[in-house]
Write a protein that binds this ligand. Structure first.
Ligand SMILES: [Fe+2]
Ligand SMILES: [Fe+2]
Length: 266
């Protein structure tokens, strides 16, 4: 039975004095869970625009976890979706990232499951890679019986999408969602796992079922996203047991050094 560990929103370089200790904590978690694969769903770095070396340093840092990793970028790695209007994704950031981590979409096959990563930062860009990724996704889903899909930005804000001020910043754009959802809206997609929100939540009745992985390094307070369904205090990683046709998950809390909490204004 394949076991996947999802790690998200490391933001290495934000508090660099804690990065080595954070690797220790994650190495211990990996040794405990002994996953077949670790999927890192973006925001590996904090600010490569100011410090491109963060991307170069991230690769050996992840290799130090001594486990096979697949990595897809977040907005802090290659830039925001362009419609945000600032710190948008650029060719330069993306190409630098790709030298170390590839294009951001990748498939691994484990025990009859396709483990797929998607790059949400190029959605809505109009770049050729956006079309290429969609065509690739369709082909992957046509050629597997079961899939677990991992990406940085959520498709939507779930049942808490009530028109809060940040509703535009956090999920993929409506146009991108309209193109991704028909591809992902199939029973064979057993889980859609995302990061970015720094909140933990699970929506098992959604199609596809969603899991929001919290950050393992700091919490974010997003007005309108706390409450019954989304836990803003979660700090840790998610374990997935791919058992038959079922993708069970478990939130594993981690005691990370240097934790901070960030308030996002309304
Ligand atoms: Fe993040
Ligand atoms: Fe993010």
């Amino acid at each position: 039975m394949p076991v996947i560990l999802q790690i998200s929103d490391l933001h290495l370089g934000r508090l660099p004095e804690h990065d080595a200790a954070r690797a220790e904590v994650l190495r211990a978690a990996v040794a405990d869970v002994r996953p077949d694969l670790v999927v890192v769903t973006g925001d590996v770095c904090e600010n490569p625009i100011a410090s491109p070396k963060e991307v170069d340093d991230a690769r050996p840092w992840l290799d130090s976890l001594e486990v096979d990793t697949v990595v897809t970028p977040g907005n802090h790695d290659v830039g925001n979706k362009l419609s945000v209007g600032k710190f948008g994704v650029t060719r330069g950031l993306y190409e630098h990232w790709s030298q170390h981590f590839g294009r951001g979409w990748e498939r691994r096959d484990l025990g009859g499951w396709a483990i797929l990563t998607l790059n949400t930062q190029i959605t809505g860009s109009g770049w050729p890679e956006e079309e290429e990724q969609l065509e690739w996704l369709e082909a992957q889903l046509d050629s597997t019986q079961r899939a677990a899909v991992f990406m940085h930005m959520p498709l939507d804000l779930g049942p808490v999408d009530d028109g809060v001020a940040h509703a535009h910043y956090w999920p993929v754009d409506a146009g991108a969602r309209c193109r991704l959802l028909p591809l992902l809206f199939r029973p064979k997609v057993r889980v859609l796992a995302t990061g970015h929100l720094h909140h933990y939540a699970s929506f098992p009745s959604a199609q596809p079922p969603r899991v929001w992985c919290p950050s393992c390094t700091f919490q974010v307070r997003i007005p309108g996203l706390s409450g019954e369904v989304a836990d803003p205090d979660a700090l840790g990683v998610i374990r997935y047991d791919l058992d038959g046709d079922e993708a069970r998950h478990e939130y594993i809390a981690l005691n990370m050094p240097g934790v901070t909490r960030v308030e996002v204004g309304a």
